[in-house]
Design a protein around this ligand. Structure first.
Ligand code: PLP
Length: 351
């Protein structure tokens, strides 16, 4: 057994997974207690009376091709949220192990850890240098009980990409002891290559991608974890057998065709130009203290009076995100880039 099973929870390594009804499409199914008829109005290809295929092969293959990975390196889940949860559940023993996070960052990493009963070690990003990683401190804090290091790039809510060499330096130092999980939910907006290309050579590196942001499919709940096949096999034991609904499978396959991908690329460019326009305009407002540079589809903005900004946005029928509770950004709000009209309306309200 490799070091991956050594650092995973022993009970999960030993777990005999649930044996779901076998998937043999040429045969008629009298083995899963499904109804043999569709309900009226069910116009799906496969029929919603049938359980969906666990880890649907066609969807896995399509996502692997989209992201440049091998199908055996891929786990599809209900959004990245599910991948985060599965990683924590498979690698962290309650009351013993820990995850490491670098705040201010996405809240799900520590919430998933707490639900599992794992501890959370924090090494803040360095605001004074553009929210970059404190590499030496991360390495110092990676004691043996830290099993997962969650890094978010571009980071939510600060918007910046993490330096790739910093991430790879951390990965090199935790080899054999922990996994470095890089959340690339917003990488399409950054215009840089994904770290997925390093997953093959670095079994301690896992990368999460999602269809929720650049692809405009947040409602479909479809996230992809790419990692060493041994990690994927472990997580497949724990994910509920029919996690991905047939509705999602068919919709996602239909909406990941070349025409939709071309439109997505055009929209990314539009978001990037609106991001620049909105940031420039915000910087001219007297109440705005700082607009942090962003590689994502949102900007983090520090206001003299954040409360007033939140109220003004509401007054224009727009919700922006209050992130003041997060350490180090207690006068800031996060603004998602909207349509040109929405961005104009927001600027008008803040003026
Ligand atoms: C939005 C977001 C995700 C996406 O989560 P899904 O469950 O895939 O919708 C993941 N990570 C970060 C940091 C996000 O902001």
């Amino acid at each position: 057994m490799s070091w991956i099973s050594d650092i995973a929870r022993p009970d999960i390594v030993a777990l005999k997974p649930y044996e779901h009804a076998s998937w043999e499409p040429p045969l008629e199914r009298l083995h899963a207690n499904e109804l043999p008829w569709r309900t009226t109005g069910d116009d799906t290809d496969a029929g919603l009376n049938r359980y969906p295929e666990p880890q649907p092969r066609e969807l896995v293959a399509r996502l692997a091709a989209l992201y440049g990975a091998e199908p055996k390196q891929v786990l599809v889940g209900r959004g990245s949220d599910e991948a985060i949860d599965l990683l924590v559940r498979c690698f962290c023993r309650a009351g013993e192990d820990a995850v490491l996070v670098c705040p201010p960052t996405f809240g799900m990493y520590s919430v998933a850890a707490r639900i599992q009963g794992a501890d959370v070690v924090t090494v803040p990003l360095r605001a004074e240098s553009g929210f970059s990683l404190d590499v030496d401190e991360v390495i110092r804090q990676c004691t043996p009980r830290v099993k997962l290091v969650f890094l978010c790039s571009p980071n939510n809510p600060t918007g910046n990409l993490l330096n790739e060499e910093d991430v790879l330096r951390i990965a090199a130092r935790v080899e054999g002891r922990a996994l470095v999980v890089v959340d690339e939910a917003y990488v399409e907006f950054a215009g840089v290559p994904s770290l997925i290309r390093h997953v093959k050579d670095l079994p301690q590196l896992a990368v999460m991608r999602t269809l929720s942001k650049a692809h405009g499919l947040a409602g479909a709940r479809c996230g992809t974890l790419m990692a060493n096949p041994e990690i994927i096999a472990l997580l497949r034991k724990v994910i509920p057998p029919y996690a991905i609904t047939q509705l999602t499978v068919e919709t996602v396959l239909r909406l990941l065709e070349p025409p939709q991908l071309a439109i997505m690329n055009a929209r990314i460019r539009q978001i990037q130009s609106e991001r620049a326009r909105l940031a420039d305009a915000l910087r001219t407002l007297p109440d705005v203290k700082r607009v942090w540079p962003s590689d994502a589809n949102f900007v983090l903005v520090e206001f003299a009076d954040a409360e007033r900004a939140l109220k003004a946005a509401r007054g224009a029928n727009l919700l922006i995100r209050d992130v003041r509770a997060q350490a180090g950004i207690n006068r800031s709000v996060r603004i998602s880039i909207g349509t040109p009209e929405q961005n104009d309306r927001l600027l008008e309200a803040l003026r």
